[in-house]
Design a protein around this ligand. Structure first.
Ligand SMILES: *Cc1c(COP(=O)(O)O)cnc(C)c1O
Length: 393
């Protein structure tokens, strides 16, 4: 077994100005929320994405909760979510009393299957939440068309898709509300953080109030009212300006970060293509007209057994590859809402065969070459027949 330096799944990469901006936030003495760096992040995101309004939040989970608030989700409502996602996609609506309805995913993009969406819609459906898995866009046009027919808003859980594009439009700006994540495991980070993109001006006023504890403090800060007071329900979804300062450094260098991540993605995609064909593995599928966000790199292996063998091989070589989401409709919580095995056969099939490779901005070509070498040395057929031995790998 080789004793090379460990290659992690992700690494914290600083863009350069994080500490300087955090010092500036300290110097100006304002480290609570909605300070100068929060405003700068929001304005920058609005400009970069062409979004009409962006508000920072404490996480993508909380951004999704804000969306559920803004749609007045309540007990008895149904919300359609893909089964192949993180629990927050559903939970943000469930905490407001909604019943999650699980949609199966497409076998190619692993995104909500638009051809299976319509039969799930009932008079109780109050939202359709889509996830751009691995930063690869959903079929937004078809989804929006179906949603419009029933007058149901579409929410984008865009935790993985910041700066990805669908037919020229940035992900997160296409549905009624887009939710972003700046959690440490994503592409642009501040530890814990998120944002909402409000793509319908209808939500602007109420969103400002509910993230500021139900007060009109933001109006007050703009000088539009002479004192602020309790005007609506609300909570506290405002991140510290210290974290916004960190985030601003990450966002201002987004084009450099994106091109580096694109190089990492292209390298895997190119170097593993011949092996994938030979081994019956599938590399990520990007539909025409779509630009991925380069947030991660995954592949689908021919069987769960092959996944297990390759995972073991990579991990034994100090490479931190891993699997991803378990189908949400099979979770104990989903089962309590009546979801059953067999409801989403594609999600059930692919989740046990999906492998994620180390992926981060500073992943070097040398590190990637090592990952590729270990993957290529793995021959699924030998593993399946039980003849695989831990050789040089
Ligand atoms: C990471 C992730 C979330 C949660 O993001 P937080 O900012 O940690 O709340 C939600 N949905 C998806 C699809 C994610 O990948």
């Amino acid at each position: 077994m080789s004793q090379l330096k460990a290659i992690p799944l992700y690494r914290l990469d600083l863009a350069g100005n994080e500490i300087r901006y955090m010092e500036q936030a300290l110097e100006c003495g304002k480290i609570s929320g909605d300070g100068p760096f929060t405003r700068r992040c929001e304005a920058l995101l609005e400009r970069q994405l062409g979004a009409s309004k962006v508000l920072l939040a404490t996480s993508c989970t909380q951004a999704l909760e804000m969306a559920a608030f803004l749609l007045n989700i309540r007990s008895g409502d149904e919300v359609i979510v893909p089964s192949f996602t993180f629990p927050s996609t559903a939970n943000a609506f469930v905490v407001r009393g909604a019943t999650p309805v699980f949609a199966d995913v497409r076998p190619d993009t692993l995104n909500l299957d638009e051809t299976r969406l319509e039969p799930l819609i009932t008079p109780a459906t109050k939202a359709i939440v889509v996830v751009h898995y691995a930063g690869i866009p959903c079929e937004m046009e078809a989804i929006l068309k179906i949603a419009a027919r029933y007058n149901i808003p579409v929410i984008e859980d865009n935790a993985l898709g910041l700066y990805g594009k669908y037919r020229g439009r940035f992900l997160g700006t296409i549905g009624s509300i887009g939710c972003l994540s700046f959690h440490q495991t994503k592409s642009f980070v501040c530890g814990e953080g998120g944002a909402v993109c409000l793509n319908d001006p209808l939500f602007n006023n109420r969103a400002e109030i509910l993230r500021e504890k139900g007060t009109n403090r933001r109006k007050f800060a703009r000088g539009e009212v002479d004192k602020y007071t309790w005007v609506d329900v609300g909570s506290s979804y405002v991140p510290s300006d210290l974290l916004a300062a960190f985030l601003y450094a990450q966002l201002e260098s987004c084009s450099d970060t994106l091109s580096r991540r694109r190089r990492v993605w292209d390298y895997y995609n190119h170097e593993l293509s011949a092996w994938a064909v030979e081994s019956g593995a599938k590399l990520p599928y990007v539909p025409p007209g779509c630009e991925p966000a380069y947030s991660m790199f995954h592949m689908l292996l021919p069987s769960a057994k092959v996944l297990e063998g390759l995972l073991q091989r990579l991990n034994r070589n100090n490479i931190a590859a891993t699997f991803h989401y378990q189908p949400l409709h099979l979770s104990p919580m989903a089962r309590s809402f009546g979801a059953r095995p067999g409801d989403c056969p594609v999600a059930e099939d692919i989740s046990g065969r999906l492998l994620r490779l180390p992926f981060f901005t500073s992943l070097s070509e040398g590190e990637q070459a090592e990952v590729v070498r270990v993957v290529e040395a793995f021959r699924p057929a030998r593993a399946v027949s039980g003849m695989a031995r831990v050789g040089r790998a």
